[in-house]
Design a protein around this ligand. Structure first.
Ligand code: 6FA
Ligand code: ABL
Length: 542
């Protein structure tokens, strides 16, 4: 059956798009390559201690750190970086840190065309559907607060004030507060429990899981449908559009470019790679109809550096080791969660977030973001330390970052960085070092606080210069199908329509022209709301 709108990818962008379009009465198909996540979607990946409940890995916030080990079926296997390939995409596997977008995020200065400057309006729409909380445990109590108490002793002397961050979304200089989440009743909520839920209740909405979209099928500038790998969904796996129908790609910063390349859209070198691939090569259209656009260029991701400290008051929570939180949790905490969805398992690992504006030698202002959590993933030092008393400050360079990289595919169609996005502009590194130095220097006046990594033998500059680039990745990739006003410097126009096509759109992280101020999923959802309003207003549609 033909659809008015076919949306590829059920992540932050795609779920919002599908809901708004089905709400508008359009016949909508949402296609997801992965399977269920939370119990509500049919997921059943439940830890041994919660057997017999609906408490899956994707539902229980305190299981967030268990995502990184074991049989990780939820990660996309065809990118070199973390990306969720299941219902909810990144929003089902992330820490659910939730920051309402700032006015700056959607400013022309951040690269958005005019007509996109309604951050305030969309922040309240998003917050109305997915309320923010900084007390994720439904009993209203804060748990594991020791690292919060120590880090505020570092920040206060630097002139920081404590705030409820999402109540002051435009204040992001010298502020800190409790980590905000979109958890509800001690469980992951996000787009799956809101926008996807309302879509599913509509008869004009259909959701397919475990169906992989290989390309869009087009006749020159007009898309006629999508090609999938599943012959049960249509003749040879083809799903058609209705007359005037539209396709929206929401497959994420790596997934959307891959589909574009196979559809003959992007830089010549990447289309040629797809053309040589034995599985999808035959789907690439003839060279005469290729559309040359800078797909994969202009990407950004926050460079992030971990500082690991030890303090006698801190409970490292067993460093969130999966052998503990998944297999053998602290009995009282597991019992509390099972009884009332409260306690340490009602929140993900972060406890405190902070922001500070930093001037650079190039006259530009960049922002630093910090995320504090008990425990650490790995420690580098030859000195003794107590692994039960450590905590991590992850220091990111956030809004205002100037470096850009390039992503693409290898011969096996695996997504990768062709040019790493971090520190291409040396000023980004200079500014982040300045911020790191301020924190380390202020930490010296906090009694009994020890910097474990980098240790006393390691100069901060050496630590940063030698940092493993893959560890510097923040999983916040944006910009691979950038929005803009010219087809030489952008991939989609100000209505999110792919240049040179009549009816192909992109609505996900990849249209973002530059990084937002915080971890991005709420900002991406706000941009999806705004994008659909523009798509619906555009003439010529179904
Ligand atoms: N963002 C936040 O705001 N707060 C956080 O705490 C946070 N944490 C993390 C985190 O801990 C990790 C480990 C990762 C990987 C990301 C985090 N992020 C956080 C970032 C945030 O989740 C992402 O920026 C956000 O989800 C991106 O939204 P998009 O809509 O652009 O893309 P998704 O990856 O969510 O969804 C794409 C979907 O398309 C997936 O479900 C995928 O399976 C599907 N797909 C891809 N290719 C497809 C194809 N060919 N056919 C069908 N489906 C396809
Ligand atoms: C994010 O926005 C990042 O994308 C994640 O990388 C980050 O989680 C979460 N938020 C929470 O701040 C970290 C984990 O805490 C680490 O244990 C893990 O090694 C790392 O992600 C992997 O990138």
């Amino acid at each position: 059956t033909p659809y008015d709108y076919i949306i590829v990818g059920a992540g932050a962008g795609g779920i919002v798009a599908a809901d708004k379009l089905s709400q508008a009465g359009k016949k909508v198909l949402l296609i997801e390559r992965g399977g269920p996540s939370t119990a509500e979607t049919g997921g059943n990946n439940i830890p041994p201690w919660a057997k017999g409940t609906n408490d899956t890995r994707f539902d229980v916030p305190g299981l967030f750190e268990s995502m990184f080990t074991g049989n990780t079926f939820w990660w996309c296997k065809d990118t070199n970086f973390f990306a969720g390939c299941l219902t909810g995409g990144g929003t089902s596997v992330n820490a659910a840190l939730y920051w309402l977008p700032t006015d700056d995020d959607f400013s022309t200065g951040n690269g958005w065309p005019s007509g996109w400057q309604q951050a305030g309006q969309y922040a309240s729409i998003i917050n109305g559907r997915m309320p923010s909380t900084d007390t994720p445990s439904p009993d209203g109590k804060l748990y594991l607060q020791e690292s919060y108490n120590v880090v505020q002793q570092i920040l206060k002397p630097l002139g920081y004030s404590e705030l409820t961050i999402n109540s002051n979304r435009n204040f992001k200089d010298h502020v800190y507060g409790h980590s905000a989440y979109n958890f509800v009743n001690g469980k992951r909520a996000g787009p799956v429990a809101t926008y996807l839920r309302t879509s599913k209740a509509r008869s004009n909405f259909k959701f397919l899981q475990y169906v992989y979209v290989q390309s869009v099928v087009r006749n020159g500038a007009t898309i006629t449908g999508v090609q999938t790998n599943d012959t049960t969904v249509g003749p040879n796996g083809f799903i058609p559009l209705t007359k005037n129908g539209r396709v929206i790609l929401s497959a994420g910063s790596f997934g959307t470019p891959r589909i574009l390349f196979t559809s003959g859209i992007g830089p010549t070198d990447m289309i040629q790679v797809a053309q040589k691939n034995p599985t999808v090569g035959s789907l690439v259209p003839a060279q005469s109809s290729w559309i040359n656009l800078p797909v994969g260029f202009n990407v950004q991701d926050n460079p992030s550096i971990n500082l690991i400290f030890q303090h006698p008051t801190v409970d490292a929570y067993d460093n969130w080791d999966s052998a503990v939180i998944w297999d053998n949790p602290r009995p009282a905490d597991a019992a509390q969660y099972l009884k009332s969805n409260t306690g340490p398992f009602a929140g993900a690992s972060p406890r405190l977030n902070f922001w500070q504006a930093l001037g650079g030698p190039d006259g530009k202002t960049r922002w630093m973001q910090g995320t504090v959590r008990p425990g650490a993933g790995s420690v580098t030092t030859k000195y003794p330390y107590d692994s039960s008393k450590i905590f991590t400050i992850t220091v990111y360079l956030s809004y205002g970052i100037t470096s850009r990289g390039r992503i693409g595919i290898d011969a096996a169609m695996k997504g990768q960085a062709l040019v790493n996005p971090w520190f291409q502009d040396p000023v980004d590194k200079t500014v982040l070092l300045d911020g790191l130095n301020q924190i380390i220097n202020s930490a010296k006046q906090v009694s009994n606080l020890t910097l474990v990594t980098p240790d006393k033998d390691t100069a901060l500059t050496d630590y940063v210069n030698n940092y493993d680039p893959s560890a510097m990745c923040s999983n916040h990739w944006i910009g691979s199908a950038k929005i803009g006003t010219s087809n030489t410097t952008s991939v989609v126009d100000s209505n999110t329509k792919v240049w040179g096509t009549n009816n192909l759109f992109v609505v996900d992280a990849s249209i973002w022209p530059s990084l937002p101020m915080g971890n991005p999923h709420a900002a991406i959802m706000a941009s999806a709301e705004l994008a659909v309003a523009k798509i619906l207003a555009l003439s010529g549609g179904p």
